[in-house]
Design a protein around this ligand. Sequence first.
Ligand SMILES: C[S@@+](CC[C@H](N)C(=O)[O-])C[C@H]1O[C@@H](n2cnc3c(N)ncnc32)[C@H](O)[C@@H]1O
Length: 439
Amino acid sequence: MTSATIPPRSNPVSLPSDASAWPTDRLSDEAVRAIQTCRKHGKAAARHAWQAGAYLSILHARLVKGRKWAAWLHRHEEVVSEDTARRYILLYERTGGRAAGLDGMTLTEAYAAFGITRFTEAASTPPGSNGDGSIHGHERLEADHRRQSSHETPILNGFNGNHHHPVVPNDLEEPADTLAGIGEKAILRAAKEIRQRQNAGRLRRQREREEAARAQRGGKRTWVVTADQRVARCHAVIADPPYGISGEPWEPEDLEGYTREWCGRWSKCGADLVAIFWSQGKLFEGRRWFDESLSGYTFQQVLTWHANNNGAHKSRRWLKQSWEPIFLYRRGGSDRLILAEDKAWSGDLHNLDCYVAPVPQVNYSGHDLKQHPTQKPVSVMRWLVHALSEPGEMVATPFCGVAPCGVAAVQLGRKYHGIEIDERYRRIAEGRIAMYGMA
Ligand SMILES: C[S@@+](CC[C@H](N)C(=O)[O-])C[C@H]1O[C@@H](n2cnc3c(N)ncnc32)[C@H](O)[C@@H]1O
């Protein structure tokens, strides 16, 4: 594993000032050499572990993206386990990048002195952290999701889980590794199950709170969520209709006929502005269908919602899609002005035709916890509600889902009329508006 071209270094406990500029192979060789040396030096092991930690720290910072760090660990599993590598790095970081304090210490003594336990949780910046900022901090290590609290039962703590130690450090008496022999796949499966359990628990608790808010909602309200298909008189329409890409049961077989039908009906709602979420794939058909069936309305512009966390990558033939068009139509004769949110008209993102917000996820909490397959973020709806209507006016959504638009409208002092065909989503929508609308 080590390179024959690099001579052993005479002073093994200082870090060359240019180490962070070394090629990855050289860093890797030096790290491996330091790890192996550390195992042979009972009374000076801490200083060698510190040096291993220094090299590993640079390597980790360089490789942590794109799972290259995991791949490095996998390649060197005969030399060092992920756990051990992590402790070496912590030792380096917790000394503030200075090895002097480790003189004569065994590894066990050093770990005790710097508070590094078998499953150390490094929540804060270490005392006197490395100073120049070139070496990664603890957060980055934690961001690998391979860290375990010292107070928890260790369930997951390593990438490979094999933990081979050809040379057992003679001064480090550790308890038997509870994960020894467990394969990587099994660990990842267990991690996934844990995440799913946590998400399900979070969802259940949030639903209970929303349901309680729903039960307490007053009789007289400024909002309604209904299955009644009748068109509501309103000042603005924000529609997120079925648009043929979700594969959900509500998608119509005849998208064009379906779209023309609801557009035709809603042409009579009286709104000045109609915003329609749509897909890139049917961009041009959509424009034609809306132009022809939203009678009395004319196309104004296409807005975009940029979902900066969109993970859906359907094919490597395509660049990843991260935005959705929102068609904006204006009723003939309407001279309504677009309003900016709480800001002066110019110089702020709120005035732009593009809004950036992540897609709701199952591991979020609050009003963007995902409870619907095609849920939109509340902030996008706030952007639209603000731009298209004024306080006290009526905003309608013909396909409201779990009503992010309802939450936004009620938060912003508008009246709200949401129509949703699915009883489950109506119930959730009511709970969410009752809980987050604060009106
Ligand atoms: C694209 S989703 C809207 C998601 C919503 N914006 C949200 O963030 O939760 C379309 C919704 O329209 C509902 N839907 C389908 N046909 C409908 C109809 N005729 N009337 C009312 N809702 C309908 C579906 O059940 C689905 O929840």
